[in-house]
Design a protein around this ligand. Structure first.
Ligand code: NVA
Length: 204
């Protein structure tokens, strides 16, 4: 069973009663299926996961939580530039740190992106959330534009799980630019999700 829902407690309850594997297709807490596709995209882009420096900009949401979880599992580092009040769930941060990943939460966008191999963002307003003017204002300094991308490594890749609000969390120049792998990332969802099904069926 794949479930895509809001409250994470719903998936926990479903898994408790299900006699077959339950796949988290997204909850307000985490989005692991997306991150399997993201990691495939990063590796396809020629980068090794151990020691990778990944920068996140914007909302400390479900996608960031799963990236942090992956950092602990695969040994890469995350520097998240998020405004005060929008930090990721600290349970993910603490678990990844305990596994040896370096997880930094910073308040400055350039500090987050400096020297990064991978730059990632997501919509400032997730599914089920209401558009809040104060949240959007807080996110403004964390928009990824070309000058900000310029402080990452010169061969850094830009990822976004889509759908994007071009002009908000990312400028059109970066979204459509040569460092953007967002459409490979979108395609990789189907390949990565097939691997999850094979794992559920005990084939890998
Ligand atoms: N954070 C976003 C991800 C969409 C794929 C959301 O939960 O809406």
């Amino acid at each position: 069973i794949m479930i895509r829902t809001d409250d994470h407690a719903k998936i926990e309850e479903l898994a408790e009663y299900a006699s077959v594997p339950v796949i988290n297709g997204l909850t307000d807490l985490s989005h692991p299926c997306q991150i399997v596709a993201d990691l495939l995209t990063i590796v396809e882009g020629g980068k090794a996961l151990p020691g990778l420096e990944l920068a996140w900009l914007g909302d400390g949401n479900n996608v960031l939580a799963s990236l942090i979880e992956a950092a602990g599992l695969f040994g890469f580092n995350v520097r998240a530039g998020v405004p005060q009040g929008y930090d990721p769930d600290m349970r993910f941060v603490e678990a990844a740190r305990a596994q040896g990943a370096r997880i930094d939460i910073v308040r400055d966008a350039a500090e987050a992106v400096a020297g990064a191999d991978i730059v990632v963002t997501d919509t400032w307003v997730s599914m089920g959330q209401t558009h809040a003017e104060d949240k959007l204002r807080a996110m403004e300094p964390f928009r990824i534009d070309a000058p900000l991308m310029g402080v990452a490594k010169s061969d850094a890749l830009f990822l976004h799980c889509l759908p994007a609000h071009v002009g908000d969390e990312v400028s059109e120049e970066v979204f459509e630019g040569s460092q953007s792998v967002v459409f490979d990332e979108a395609e990789n969802r189907i390949h990565a999700q097939k691997s999850i099904l094979r794992w559920c069926f005990g084939q890998i």
